[in-house]
Design a protein around this ligand. Structure first.
Ligand SMILES: N[C@@H](CCC(=O)N[C@@H](CS)C(=O)NCC(=O)O)C(=O)O
Length: 236
């Protein structure tokens, strides 16, 4: 986190996001669960807005810019955005046990070795040293089989109830499954498939995967979540 100048008016924190990015999906899930309203700025990764580059030269998404209370706070890592949101309000208890070793270990494994295996499986032409079947075997060996094993004895990685690790990991497992959906459905990973299905069929996931046009400087703020049903139709 650091402080910077921002073009935001500071009424709502700004979340630079990209709809399909798994890091941004986990951040939006936490924002939604926390009941925090942000100004969502959909980024086109090959044409990043100058306003994003100005606050965060590393220019990955998600980035949260909070101008409430005077100083400008820039949060540049998805897990930090999740914690920032859930620290304000955590009605589903996703932070319960989030610092415990097993949950931390899942996140470290996912964001490290499994992300590498996922990229290799998604783009096998960039990794010709292995066949697609070998790439698949590597990701399964590293994380998916151990997850399936854990999820055989408890509904969520965090235990009886979902926790930070569940929310942080499912967008990446979704991406893995999306490489070959029919093949994934046929893999002997029933507990993992049930767990993924839980997230993908949730009302929250539907909401975080709404479509936003690419953000243009000066446009009216697009609020996330959109304020509907309260006589406050503000999703302009
Ligand atoms: N460690 C970062 C990783 C974020 C990340 O790599 N996001 C990707 C999109 S999924 C990105 O912005 N890549 C930059 C680019 O493609 O130019 C986080 O957890 O937020």
């Amino acid at each position: 986190m650091h402080v910077a100048r921002s073009d935001s008016l500071g009424i709502h924190p700004v979340l630079y996001s990209f709809r399909r990015c798994p890091y941004a999906i986990r951040a939006r899930m936490a924002v939604l669960a926390a009941g925090v309203v942000v100004e969502l700025r959909e980024v086109v990764l090959r044409n990043k807005p100058q306003a994003l580059l100005d606050v965060s030269p590393k220019a990955t998404v998600p980035v949260l810019v909070n101008t409430l209370g005077g100083a400008v706070q820039v949060i540049e890592q998805s897990l930090d955005v999740m914690r920032w949101a859930l620290t304000q309000q955590d009605p589903q208890g996703w932070l319960n046990g989030a610092d415990a070793a097993p949950q931390q270990a899942w996140i470290v494994l996912n964001d490290g070795a499994f992300k590498g295996a996922l990229d290799a499986y998604k783009y096998p032409e960039r990794h010709p040293e292995r066949s697609v079947v070998e790439h698949r075997a590597e990701g399964e060996r590293l994380m998916l089989v151990p997850m399936n094993h854990t999820l055989a004895s408890q509904p969520f990685l965090a235990g009886e109830r979902p926790g930070l690790s569940d929310v942080a990991l499912f967008p990446f497992v979704r991406q893995w499954a999306g490489v070959d959906p029919v093949g994934f459905a046929g893999r002997p990973l029933p507990h993992l498939q049930r767990w993924l299905n839980h997230w993908l069929t949730s009302a929250a996931f539907e909401q975080v995967m709404a479509r936003w046009p690419a953000w243009e400087p000066g446009q009216a703020p697009a609020l996330f979540p959109a304020l509907k049903g309260l006589g406050l139709e503000c999703d302009v």
